[in-house]
Ligand binder design. Structure first.
Ligand code: 0WK
Ligand code: BGC
Length: 855
């Protein structure tokens, strides 16, 4: 029950709305990682707040065995220092440290320092701690609500840090690594942070009043901070002796002990200390110790008295161990739930006089924890070198993390695209669009600006039954589309998805088109329309130079396709030939369209303002309705025609090489078409995962990841598919789930590794989205200038798995367009039905225009 109460208190302390009034403060410590054995260096550590003030010189050895050497000196904490003023306290600490450094001949060294300050402190960063309240015997004036690090700094004029171990000594407290997404008070959801629970204050809000005895209340009233630290006063060694005294006093007054004779000593507060309780509970010499101690207290105990007093000690210290176990069980349960484990094995680092010196406390605590949390296998590890060494380790870890951060940022800095660069890229894209439209530059242009012979968006008069093929995306689809016009205006679609095996994608052209026709035959069979000579629209998502709506010569394969004997060929002819070869059915191939054009038409059917089609999927591309007068390679100046920009090739002339990183070059060199589609290789689904893999390899080589070990999996090309970026970057995805994704890839990762992997994924996908945004801003700006308007309202029809499924891509792309085309109000419309519907609509329009032409 105490465990459940403490779990509730932990929840209150972590939540933004309840933490201000929570008794158990759950203080973020800004310790975000555990040591990984690579920490090294010399550190100084101050350890204030326990029964003694310790100074340590810690040498951490980077031998992978986390071994270290410790030289220490203890200094008393005189009462006048513990209850004097702040300046005196910190000057005292500075004096001790100066003495220590003198003794150890360290005065000439500038060593990083870890400061163990065992009092509740509110932190906003690792190297700062504002004292909330003094506990235990400390009552120094002028320190509460001030930053103890800057006070120490002023006294030391040196650089320091802070850390919190689990002491069950004079005071009591516990910390644990909590998931960032549960810590409302600290920004960020990634990773974990050590929470200093300050459980000593558990019950200060009355949560334990039904368990507190009259002795607890009496002790509290007589303490330096009545009403505060009530849990600490029930379990920590600073108070257990006093509890025993109060119980013995009452029993004596009731004549139950020492013949009712109360001695001055028994009336004296603090006369019975923890060391007495521990001595009286010793296995063998406990009874004789008890006699000796009570005699010293002028109580002249009988044998029975001694046994009774021993029993009182046992009751008090057992309760302490059980209460401690109950709270610890709450923490262990929370850790296990955070990790979503049914069973958990973990280690509790423990220190403090009570745990180390009391003969039975440790055993009682272990047994009670075992009973309370059977699903947790807990190893209790006594801290060697006290929390001072811990503070040094925290300082070492902080330094390692800082160095890691610096190197990670250097690696990822190359992927950052500051606004100035993005504006530049927008203008460079614009220049390339113009090159592609102009007759004299079209031939050399890298952004081909291919006329599609689609001259208008649907006007709602389209009707009939159409077949459509959709080749070039993740899936190959065959569709039957029924379009109704007029009042019952609607589009009905039936489709089937077929696989295109790699050996077909990279076989011969004949095999590819025979495979397409095979799928078509299966579909017609399945739909029972084999005999019908239906008009067909062919979405062929590759760069095709068109002379008319039903002619398309493949300029070059992209994405994963490399079928032979196709480039330079008319793909409509190849399809017709394959149908003829099969000689089973006949179709009227009316149109070949790019998937961007199909997407624009699909969305244009719903929103006539949609004059741009965007694909961000396996590949990337955009089309838009351009004024005929600007399309110099097509006769006529009236009206508009849809231009398939094929912007994937942007930069193939080297104009964006200055933003390409070594990772981009690696991916390009390993691709099917090195030197080609450079913009696509920085922005589309086929390549983002591979860029991430290259970066992870580089960071691993630098020792920043996976402990510097490049696993077989990480060496495997294409193993890091872009879908994993989308999974890993999902908001509030807990690190265990990121690690699960990495495990599926055969990558054994630590918490930190998964944070870094997530950052790398975010850097790569953000760059891709911003690059696409810069390109699209160039297109909408061109449209605005085409129309010669101050403000343009336009809709972009969008499709593609990256745009649809990545958690942030579409938002970042839209924000970038807004930033780089401020005079355009761009709405984005997700194409629900894919470009197959668009292909059917284009076929319907072409059919209608053809029939009008016939009349
Ligand atoms: C769905 C469209 C198809 C296009 C694909 C692109 O119907 O024409 O090729 O989106 O996205 P991807 O499947 O490559 O992610
Ligand atoms: C192709 C385009 C296509 C885009 C999206 C690119 O690789 O060249 O034709 O529109 O991928 O599928």
């Amino acid at each position: 029950d105490v465990t459940a109460r403490f779990q509730a208190e932990m929840g209150k302390g972590l939540a933004r709305d309840t933490s201000p009034t929570a008794a158990v403060k759950m203080l973020p410590s800004f310790v975000r990682s555990l040591p990984d054995g690579s920490e090294k260096g010399d550190f100084l550590a101050l350890d204030l707040g326990g029964s003694q003030f310790h100074i340590h010189w810690v040498k951490e050895f980077d031998d992978g065995k986390q071994s270290s050497q410790l030289e220490s000196k203890s200094y008393p904490t005189p009462k006048e220092v513990m209850q004097g003023n702040g300046a005196e306290l910190f000057d005292y600490i500075a004096d001790c440290l100066s003495d220590f450094m003198e003794t150890k001949n360290l005065k000439h060294k500038k060593l990083p320092l870890g400061f163990t300050f065992s009092f509740p402190c509110k932190q906003t960063k690792l190297e700062e701690g504002v004292l909330l309240a003094w506990t235990k015997h400390f009552r120094v004036r002028g320190v509460q609500d001030t930053d103890v690090v800057s006070s120490l700094h002023r006294a030391l004029q040196k650089h320091q840090a802070m850390a919190y171990p689990i002491p069950t000594g004079t005071g009591t407290n516990a910390c644990y690594m909590e998931e960032m997404r549960h810590i409302d008070l600290v920004e960020g959801d990634e990773g974990r942070m050590c929470i200093n629970t300050e459980w000593g204050a558990f019950g200060d809000d009355g949560a334990l009043d039904d368990l507190r005895t009259e002795f607890d209340r009496e002790l509290d009233l007589g303490s330096l901070n009545p009403g505060k630290q009530l849990f600490e006063k029930m379990i920590s060694s600073l108070y257990l002796g006093e509890l025993v005294r109060l119980i013995l006093l009452k029993m004596t007054k009731e004549g139950l002990l020492f013949n009712g004779k109360v001695s001055t000593a028994l009336l004296t507060k603090g006369k019975i200390e923890m060391k007495h309780v521990s001595a009286m509970e010793k296995y063998k010499e406990g009874l004789s110790n008890t006699k000796e101690i009570l005699t010293e207290l002028k109580l002249f105990p009988s044998e029975e008295d001694c046994v009774a007093v021993q029993h009182v000690c046992a009751v008090v210290s057992s309760r302490s161990a059980k209460l401690c176990a109950a709270a610890l069980a709450a923490i262990l349960t929370r850790l296990r739930e955070n990790k979503q484990l049914l069973r958990m094995r973990t280690t509790v680092g423990i220190d403090g006089g009570l745990y180390k010196t009391h003969p039975k406390f440790a055993g009682r605590l272990h047994r009670a924890v075992g009973r309370l949390v059977p699903a947790c296998e807990v190893r209790f590890l006594r801290s060697r070198g006290g929390s001072g060494r811990g503070a040094a380790v925290v300082a070492a870890v902080a330094r390692r993390l800082a160095a890691q951060r610096r190197r990670l940022h250097t690696a990822l800095a190359a992927l950052l695209l500051p606004p100035a660069i993005l504006w530049e890229l927008r203008d460079k894209m614009r220049a390339e669009l113009e090159h592609g439209l102009k007759r004299e530059t079209q031939a050399q242009a890298t952004v081909k600006m291919l006329p599609t012979f689609v001259r208008g968006t649907p006007d709602g008069t389209e009707k009939g039954k159409f077949l459509a093929l959709d080749l070039g995306g993740t899936n190959f689809r065959v569709l039957l589309v029924k379009i109704k016009s007029g009042r019952r205006r609607s589009v009905q679609m039936y489709n089937k998805i077929f696989a295109i095996p790699l050996e077909i994608m990279q076989g011969t052209g004949e095999e590819l088109f025979d495979h397409i026709v095979q799928c078509l035959a299966d579909f017609l069979e399945y739909m029972g329309i084999k005999g019908a000579r239906l008009p067909l629209g062919f979405t062929f998502s590759f760069p095709c130079r068109q002379a008319s709506i039903d002619k398309g010569t493949l300029v070059g394969w992209t994405k994963g396709f490399k079928a032979t004997d196709c480039e330079g060929e008319d793909v409509v002819d190849m399809l017709r030939e394959a149908i003829r070869r099969r000689n089973e059915f006949d179709l009227d191939i009316v149109a070949v369209v790019n998937d961007t054009v199909g997407t624009m038409m699909t969305c244009g059917y719903e929103d006539p303002n949609c004059e741009i089609g965007l694909i961000a999927g396996t590949g990337t591309n955009v089309c838009y309705m351009e004024d005929m007068k600007n399309i110099e390679i097509v006769e006529g100046n009236e009206g508009k025609m849809c231009i398939n920009t094929e912007w994937g090739a942007f930069g193939d002339n080297g104009c964006i090489d200055y933003i390409r990183t070594k990772y981009d070059r690696e991916v390009d060199e390993g691709s099917l078409n090195p030197g080609k589609q450079r913009y696509e290789k920085m922005t589309s689904g086929m390549y983002l995962g591979e860029i991430v893999r290259q970066i992870l390899i580089d960071l691993t080589k630098q020792g920043l990841l996976f402990r510097g070990h490049i696993s077989e999996s990480l060496r495997k090309k294409g193993i890091f598919e872009t879908k994993f970026l989308s999974q890993i970057e999902r908001d509030r995805l807990a690190l265990p789930q990121v690690r699960h994704v990495l495990r599926q890839l055969g990558l054994d990762s630590t918490c930190e590794d998964s944070i870094i992997v997530k950052e790398v994924c975010a850097a790569v996908s953000t760059r891709a989205a911003r690059l696409c945004g810069a390109g699209l801003a160039a297109v909408v700006e061109k449209k605005r200038e085409n129309q010669g308007v101050e403000r343009l309202q336009i809709t972009v029809g969008a499709d593609g798995t990256l745009y649809k499924l990545h958690p942030h891509f579409s938002r970042i792309l839209q924000e970038t367009v807004k930033e780089l085309a401020p005079q355009c109000d761009v709405s984005f419309m997700l194409s629900e039905d894919g470009s197959g519907k668009g292909a059917a609509l284009i076929t319907a329009v072409a059919k209608r225009l053809h029939n009008v032409g016939q009349k």
